[in-house]
Design a protein. Structure first.
Length: 152
């Protein structure tokens, strides 16, 4: 049957929040409050202007996810789609799940005139993810990320 990609729905909230929790623990060693995760997922699913979740599934099992958020670029007069909250179940890694998700996003973005590019950020020590992204044609930029975190 193969991997199919679909938009997430409200019924996927618990699984997406679980995946987000697993991703935070695995990539950054962070334990995030479950209630905050659920509310964050619900916020996207209730308001697509904030972003969308896409799920990869096969034989009715969700294998992985990603979220797209939007950033307007005045320099390009278009939106960058930011790929975030990427998670693939451990047992499904290196089986083309992220590649299927990314290919789907890239195709959707290229079909729209208001999207000027795709971006994502990756934890600097996550060599596995960096290698995967580079194989798919993503390139490291010259920008560094700075932040002030008011929630953590």
């Amino acid at each position: 049957m193969g991997i199919t990609i679909r938009p997430a729905s409200e019924s996927d909230t618990n699984l997406i929040a679980e995946f987000n929790s697993l991703m935070a623990k695995e990539t950054e060693g962070k334990s995030l409050p479950p209630e905050r995760l659920h509310k964050g997922v619900e916020g996207i699913l209730a308001d697509s202007s904030k972003g969308i979740y896409l799920l990869a599934e096969e034989n009715a099992q969700i294998l992985g996810q990603l979220m797209i958020t939007y950033e307007w670029s005045d320099w390009r007069n278009g939106n960058f789609w930011w790929i975030q909250s990427v998670y693939v179940r451990k047992e499904n890694r290196e089986k083309g799940v992220f590649q299927a998700l990314f290919s789907h996003v890239k195709k959707l973005a290229q079909e729209r005139k208001d999207v000027c590019g795709l971006r994502l950020y990756v934890e600097k020590h996550n060599e596995r993810a960096r290698t995967t992204y580079e194989k798919l044609g993503l390139k490291q930029t010259d920008y560094l990320l700075y932040e002030i975190d008011f929630v953590m």
